[in-house]
Design a protein around this ligand. Structure first.
Ligand code: KIV
Ligand code: ZN
Length: 383
């Protein structure tokens, strides 16, 4: 594998699906898993097998249809969780167990009423036990974002010795700033013995709207896996959005990072997940929102009609959107009106355009958006 390939670990079916209202049945999960596999994600986190018989069954069924991706099951650092996950993953061509424990002082004191030393012991035991079932074991240091770096380095070193292949550094509460999260990854790269033999993974939550920025900061500083979800769905304010991190790496070749994602499937995948979960995508969502390639102000429309790149950094076709939209509102100018009128069959002279434009503004002031039928109505002034 190239040193600069960033593995995409999709957790739509685990961290995404655990959100209230996003529950899917096995059939729906299978359709999404197949799509994620075609999209080119490297790892599909299919569920948390011990959590319910339904989740166990979904993970098993997913392992039977996925052709390329590694299929992963989540566990706590608890023997029975690990045993059940191994059982759920038994048909996977490439199985991975994702086990871990909270490492911040807040988790250690309040959640586990334990000590730093005992937490490392529990993590080591979990990794070793998982390793008795599968070769590929990922360890998560939950709340790593608020875990002191020196202690986190000790945790990582112990998990590498126990056999972990991937170390997940979650910013579980979405607390970190990008510089801070990037520095954490850099610190681990520089201070953990054996780190060169494992993959560091970013798993960022979006409580402060920084999940994407933090994941990219992590990759810039040496992480080579990003955990993310379609449309950024996930606990509370969500997880890192897959489409955002993938397109950032594609649009910035200067970063020298790449993924194996077929970006032309991003828009359709976003719609598919949104429809099956009943979770609407906000119109101004980057990359996949309905307004992501829509232009409504006169100045922008004039620019885009002359040359798309004046106001668009991504060719919509690259993410599977057919074309940029020129939306007619009271803020639109003559160029946009002429462009849309032409699309519905009216080639206007300059004089005609002046006349129709006055009528258009009166019309547009009374409506949110002027649609094709309205254009036919407006054209009656020059009939
Ligand atoms: O946010 C988190 O810490 C998690 C772990 C279970 C990986 O989702
Ligand atoms: Zn999470």
């Amino acid at each position: 594998m190239s040193d600069n390939k960033v593995q995409i670990f999709d957790t739509t079916l685990r961290d995404g699906e655990q959100v209230p209202g996003c529950k899917l049945n096995t059939e729906q999960k299978l359709v999404i898993a197949e799509r994620l596999d075609n999209l080119g994600v490297d790892i599909i986190e299919a569920g948390f097998p011990v959590s319910s018989p339904g989740d166990f069954n979904s993970v098993t069924e997913i392992t039977k249809i996925v052709k390329n991706a590694t299929v992963c099951g989540l566990t706590r650092a608890v023997e029975n969780d690990i045993k059940v996950a191994a059982e759920a993953l038994k048909y996977a061509v490439k199985p991975r167990i994702h086990t871990g424990i909270g490492t911040s002082d807040s988790h250690i004191q309040h959640k586990f009423k334990s000590t730093r030393e005992k937490i490392i012991e529990r993590g080591v035991a979990a990794v070793k036990y998982a390793k008795s079932f599968v070769e590929d074991v990922e360890f998560y240091a939950e709340d790593a974002g608020r875990t002191e770096n020196a202690y986190l380095a000790q945790v990582c070193e112990a998990m590498i010795k126990a056999g972990a292949t991937v170390l997940n550094i979650p910013d579980t509460t979405g607390y970190c700033l990008p510089d801070e999260y990037g520095a954490k990854i850099k610190y681990l790269k520089e201070n953990v013995k054996g780190i060169e033999n494992v993959t560091l993974s970013c798993h960022c939550h979006n409580d402060l709207g920084l999940a994407t920025a933090n994941s990219i900061a992590g990759a810039i500083n040496g992480a080579r896996q990003i955990e993310c979800t379609i449309n950024g769905i996930g606990e509370r304010a969500g997880n890192t959005s897959l489409e955002e991190v993938v397109m950032i790496m594609k649009q910035h070749p200067d970063l020298n990072l790449f993924t194996g994602i077929d970006t032309t499937l991003l828009y359709d995948t976003s719609r598919m997940v949104s429809e099956s979960m009943g979770m609407m995508v906000q119109p101004n969502k980057a990359i996949v929102g309905s307004n992501a390639f829509a232009h409504s102000s006169g100045i922008h429309q004039d620019g885009v009609i002359k040359n798309r790149e004046t106001y668009e950094i991504i060719d919509p076709a690259e993410v599977g959107v057919t074309e940029s939209a020129i939306v007619l509102t009271a803020r639109s100018g003559r160029a946009a009106l002429a462009y849309r009128a032409k699309k519905v069959g009216y080639e206007l002279t300059k004089l005609e355009l002046d006349e129709v434009y006055k009528e258009f503004l009166n019309f547009a002031d009374s409506k949110k958006e002027v649609v094709d039928e309205d254009i036919h109505e407006i054209m009656k002034v020059i009939a």
